[in-house]
Design a protein around this ligand. Structure first.
Ligand SMILES: [Cu+2]
Length: 325
């Protein structure tokens, strides 16, 4: 996992999802049955600066998204869809742009003046992001490692959407996509081997099971807030107590503006490959082909909480799970 996995702390980030662990990447989109569903497709090439291949206007529907991240992208690249509510796409994009570069606020231990909201009493967080962050609709997306491809099935309903990197630190220019017409009533549910259900503050496998090798996972959010999913492979004997210590050490360092000192698990050394699925709102589902190794994984969400902006991991949103051989 990359350092600063809880970089939302102290940074004037709206969404704070910028710290996807480096190990949490899929190397390639495995073969799967998604292409045979006959869904409309969007293929996106991701470079350091831009997305290529996103139409300006599409019909509402269930899409198979394929992203390919340029090999120059050390930490990979992805695309995630937001339909702003209460603000225009332009205002949302302005907010996403955040503070100007080089003003030091990115590494500040305390929120700069750009950070809106007020920290809740006794809270560890940097202050709650503005309400539109939670009112807007997050449909999910796909994320690929550098030089690799990944796929996701995502529902895009009518409206004005923003396609972006699911990360305020993403360097790609977001794109506005107009989605027209009506959502088809006869959507096909892709077959999946496991359903991962996110809520406050929990992630569980609620149907099927995670197994080694290629399978399609369904990711759904039944909670009130948006959530995303990092799946990272740790040591075989990893426990949730160990993960808690690691996250607390990471958070303490972030608050102090210092480098973390890990007493046990080290996110830079002890974690390997795993997929990342971008932010989703209540009521949404996405499907992702994954290719997991057998072992012990942590599933986690770092979305900033509505009450205080602290990452959801600080509220206990992580689960250690076995992937069967
Ligand atoms: Cu969450």
């Amino acid at each position: 996992m990359r350092r600063r996995m809880v970089s939302v702390i102290g940074a004037a980030l709206l969404l704070g999802v910028g710290s996807v662990p480096a190990g949490a990447r899929q190397e390639a989109a495995p073969a799967n049955g998604l292409a045979e569903l006959g869904l409309p497709e969007i293929e996106v090439a991701i470079t350091a600066e831009a997305y290529e291949g996103i139409p300006e206007s599409i019909e509402a529907g269930r899409y198979l998204i394929t992203v390919t991240a340029d090999e120059s992208l050390e930490f990979g690249g992805g695309i995630s869809f937001i339909r702003p509510e209460g603000v225009t796409a332009e205002e949302f994009l302005g907010a996403l742009a955040g503070p100007p570069e080089g003003d030091g606020s990115e590494s500040a231990a305390t929120p700069g003046p750009e950070a809106e909201g007020t920290p809740a009493e006794g809270s560890e967080g940097p202050g709650a992001p503005p309400p539109f962050v939670y009112d807007s609709l997050y449909a999910g997306g796909a994320f690929a490692g550098g030089g690799a491809s990944a796929q996701a099935v995502v529902d895009l309903s009518p409206g004005e959407w923003i396609a972006w990197g699911d990360d305020p630190e993403a360097t790609q220019e977001p794109v506005v996509v107009e989605v027209t017409g009506e959502m088809p009533s006869d959507l096909t549910e892709p077959e999946s081997g496991a359903t991962l259900t996110m809520s406050e503050y929990d992630i569980q496998v609620t149907a099927g099971e995670l197994v080694a090798g290629e399978q399609v996972i369904k990711v759904e959010n039944v909670g009130a807030q948006p959530h995303f999913l990092v799946l990272a492979k740790g040591p075989d004997d990893m426990t949730e107590a160990q993960v808690e210590v690691m996250l607390e050490e990471e958070m303490a360092a972030q608050m102090a503006g210092s480098e973390p000192e890990y007493s046990d698990l080290n996110p830079d050394e002890d974690f390997g490959e795993g997929p990342y699925t971008p932010s989703q709102s209540n009521g949404t589902a996405t499907w992702h082909p994954v290719d997991l190794e057998a072992g012990t994984y942590v599933m986690a969400c770092f979305f900033p909480d509505v009450t205080d902006g602290a990452p959801h991991t600080a509220k206990g949103m992580y689960t250690v799970i076995e992937v069967a051989a």
